[in-house]
Design a protein around this ligand. Structure first.
Ligand SMILES: Cc1cc2nc3c(=O)[nH]c(=O)nc-3n(C[C@H](O)[C@H](O)[C@H](O)COP(=O)(O)OP(=O)(O)OC[C@H]3O[C@@H](n4cnc5c(N)ncnc54)[C@H](O)[C@@H]3O)c2cc1C
Length: 309
């Protein structure tokens, strides 16, 4: 369907199952697919009261099974790339894996880690995604963001983006990532390829692929404990632990798999149970990485308040 006034693709009462890697069933009241960031900005102007929620590849979100009232904006069509020499400028919706391959094609190193992360650029910057000793912020020069409160486009330096472990300024301010500019390193293509392959093999051996719906690592690794989140969960005897249709992955305890018809309530309950068991046994409070979107039940609200404090 096309909105007659501003001609931006959108759908009413849209099923979100294919727009989150956990494959949670949830209905968005309105689902918008702008073709460029000008269109995305116009949607923020259109919906002044009910601030839209921007999503990328949905690989780190938990949609409420009760549905989403606020308009959702999907960035998947905002994906232009400009490459000049070692400099690469990318729009928010480009898939991280595509970006990794494009950099490789040009003999540019710095994005080898992205080959196994099912993210969009916007989501990767929001989360400061990282793996295999690389992060999205390593080679970043600056980023264009839209401040939807002030209705202004700003160019922020890497320092101004305030990156830390799984954190960026996008989590603090009313900013939407439009694009980012990176300066990568020229390297031998065979060397880049070898590192990408190594990363993929590492994942294949340890982590579930998306045929087993999941949202990546459930908890951040705690900074005050020498054990990883996965090891702590394992030592609590929770390997294979199940609530409803959510199950702790047998091969890596920091992943939760949707066994078929999981709901946001199942996911919340299992995450809370894991958090509680680890706290009781090790006195370590794990912090979930996932972002909850939509209206919570009273019980979910109570649990996420504790989990995100
Ligand atoms: C199999 C698997 C493996 C994974 N491996 C890793 C890993 O190795 N390292 C790692 O860090 N993560 C990993 N993840 C988690 C996830 O891929 C990352 O957190 C990723 O950065 C999320 O990107 P996304 O586009 O899917 O964001 P989404 O899930 O769509 O959104 C996440 C958050 O970002 C916000 N957002 C999205 N786009 C924008 C934008 N343009 N402007 C402002 N905010 C925006 C959303 O509102 C939401 O709050 C993995 C996930 C899976 C399923």
């Amino acid at each position: 369907m096309v909105c007659s006034q501003i001609e931006i693709k959108h759908y009413d009462n849209f099923q979100l199952t294919n727009f989150n890697t956990l494959r949670i069933k949830s209905i968005a009241k309105q689902f918008w697919i702008p073709d460029n960031y000008g269109e995305m900005i116009s949607l923020f102007k259109k919906f002044k009261k009910e601030t839209p929620i921007v999503i990328g590849n949905g690989s780190n979100i938990l949609f409420s099974s009760k549905g989403i009232e606020a308009p959702i904006i999907y960035t998947g069509n905002i994906k232009e790339v400009f490459i000049i020499g070692n400099t690469i400028e990318v729009e928010a919706g480009l898939k991280a894996q595509t970006l990794s391959k494009m950099a490789y094609d040009k003999g540019l190193s710095g994005f080898e880690f992205l080959i196994g992360i099912p993210a969009s650029l916007g989501g990767a910057i929001y989360m400061n995604a990282g793996a295999h000793k690389q992060t999205i912020s390593d080679y970043l020069i600056n980023a264009k963001v839209y401040d939807y409160k002030k209705n202004k486009i700003l160019t922020l330096t890497k320092e101004e983006l305030n990156f830390s472990y799984r954190h960026s300024i996008l989590k603090e301010k009313p900013y939407i990532l439009l694009s980012a500019k990176f300066e990568l390193e020229k390297k031998d293509k065979a060397q880049i390829k070898a590192r990408m392959d190594e990363n993929l093999i590492f994942r294949k051996n340890r982590q579930p692929n998306l045929a087993l719906p999941n949202a990546g690592s459930v908890f951040k690794n705690p900074s005050d404990c020498e054990l990883s989140a996965g090891a702590l969960i394992d030592k609590c005897g929770l390997r294979g632990f199940r609530i409803g249709d959510c199950e702790v992955y047998e091969n890596h305890c920091n992943f939760i798999i949707n066994k078929g018809a999981a709901t946001s309530v199942d996911y919340t309950n299992i995450v809370f149970e894991i958090y509680t068991k680890v706290k009781e046994k090790f006195n370590v409070e794990l912090t979930p990485e996932i972002i909850y979107i939509g209206k919570m039940t009273k019980d979910e609200e109570k649990k996420w308040k504790i989990l995100k404090k």
